[in-house]
Design a protein around this ligand. Structure first.
Ligand code: CAO
Length: 438
């Protein structure tokens, strides 16, 4: 199937300034094929077909008009005919003009600036704003990262800002420790609605005070640092503590493990906590949700992530459909995933799709801590090492094995009363695991 330039209004002989596909690429409907740039507007052309690119009929610099074939796609599924499209964004628009066309620019980010919904939302005529020269996809990319395009050094033809320029700008900001310094803070303000206006990160010549050694952060540490920083800043989180009496559960676990000594099958406390958490998520569905704008997305599946400490940093493998698995199965799976994590062999599929995360420091110690919510999840449960505590039973102090729990929840979704109910319920489940069946 041929994919041609759709109706681009009054424009003709528009140069192709960026090509996003090559022969052999597999593309989906709405994937961006090329960016066209007239003297008035820059627009991404989305694919109307899905399949494998067999032929690319244009090259950079070619001038095209409506109907010109850009690529040939094989094995194609076609999109419903797109409505005539309007220019997505002005070629030389600054931030003001971009903000004036939010629907179009958002669509550009999802690489469908010329698809029907975007066209409907885009204005038919756009006034030229500032001086920044960038394609809609680059503008969307910079908005996603909170980067002010005006501050990015352009290396493209005619002073055009390329995607690589935005990436380089962000890298530079991270390396100089301006995270988020004046520039990034101002940019962050665009998405945060206020801006933190933080001082630049303190630059200290540590060597002046004594011997030092500098080691690069591992890749995992760098990635998780960015995620953790975002989640810490963006989520109004509160941590709620509770003690669970796991005396009977631990006795049960030890007894079952003894029975199964020969088979090598082993129940772990983490597996019981995962199973009990699933039950608590079923009881309190808000905990199994994610915020999506003004909507709450409630998930009907129960995938549980667990933090795994590895020599290279923290990773979060995910036990999928934990509600459908036995405690033995969960124990075996967490064991395998933790091993994979330590060996650095987890793939993206092993680490995606979690609904709720458990961070267990039980094998190490500690009393309580405040884990950071793993967005877009809305809550995370931390547990520390269980200890024998004297608990008043009404007549005397009795020694009870007590598991310290720390539940951090996103207050935008979960109020304190609900969080405490969740904790109390979870503690009840762990105190008498038969309740999990109810
Ligand atoms: N209380 C008391 N003992 C506990 C316990 C608890 N809550 N949880 C585990 N233990 C015991 C185990 O029974 C085991 O004892 P044995 O060797 O006698 O059987 C020992 O502690 C070691 O357990 P483990 O930690 O190796 O295994 P696990 O199944 O409990 O946990 C995993 C697996 C992957 C969660 C863990 O290895 C890990 O990486 N934990 C760190 C997670 C982390 O870093 N969180 C912080 C994130 S926020 O910065």
């Amino acid at each position: 199937m041929e994919v041609a330039v759709p109706d681009i209004g009054d424009f003709s002989d528009v140069p192709v300034i960026e090509l996003f596909v090559k022969v052999g690429d597999t593309i989906k409907v709405d994937d961006a094929i090329a960016t066209l740039e007239s003297d008035k507007a820059t627009m991404d052309v989305p694919s109307s077909a899905a399949g494998v690119v067999k032929e690319v009929k244009v090259k950079l610099g070619d001038k095209v008009s409506q109907g010109a074939v850009l690529i040939v796609v094989e094995g194609a599924g076609a999109a419903p005919a797109a409505a005539p499209a309007a220019p997505a964004a002005p070629a030389a628009a600054g931030n003001t003009a971009v903000q004036a066309t939010p629907a179009a620019s958002t669509a550009a980010f999802s690489q469908s600036a010329l698809s029907a919904p975007a066209a409907a939302a885009a204005p038919s005529a756009v006034t030229l704003g500032g001086k920044v020269h960038a394609s809609p996809s680059v503008r969307a990319y910079s908005r996603e990262l909170g980067v002010d395009l005006a501050q990015v050094r352009a290396t493209g033809p005619k002073g055009r800002v390329l995607k690589e320029d935005v990436t380089a700008f962000v890298k530079g900001a991270m390396q100089t420790g301006v995270v988020p310094g004046k520039t990034a803070a101002a940019a962050a303000g665009a998405s945060l609605g206020g801006g933190l206006d933080l001082l630049p990160w303190p630059k200290v010549d540590f060597a002046k005070f004594g011997e030092i050694e500098t080691k690069p952060l591992s890749r995992i540490k760098k990635i998780s640092a960015q995620n953790l920083a975002r989640n810490w800043v963006m989520i109004p989180a509160v941590t709620y503590h509770e003690d669970a009496d796991i005396t009977d559960l631990e006795a049960f676990r030890v007894a079952i493990n003894k029975e199964n000594e020969k088979s090598g099958k082993k129940l772990t406390m983490l597996a019981f906590i995962i199973k009990a958490s699933v039950r608590a998520l079923q009881q309190f569905p808000e905990f199994n949700s994610s915020l999506d704008g003004d909507n709450l997305v409630l998930k009907k599946y129960f995938n549980i992530g667990f933090a795994a400490d590895t020599p290279n940093g923290l990773v979060v493998p995910v036990v999928k459909n934990a509600d459908k698995k036995s405690v033995f199965e969960i124990a075996a799976e967490t064991g395998e995933l933790a091993k994979k994590a330590r060996d650095g062999k987890l793939g993206p599929a092993d680490m995606s799709g979690a609904c709720f995360t458990i961070s267990s420091l039980g094998g190490i110690g500690g009393t309580y801590f405040a884990p950071i919510v793993n967005a877009p999840e809305v809550a995370i449960l931390g547990v520390n090492k269980s200890v024998m505590k004297p608990v008043w039973d009404g007549k005397a102090f009795a020694p009870r094995l007590t598991l310290p729990m720390s539940l951090t929840a996103d207050h935008r979704v979960i109020d304190g009363a609900l969080a405490t109910r969740f904790n109390v319920y979870l503690a009840q489940l762990l105190a008498d695991f038969r309740r999990v069946m109810l």
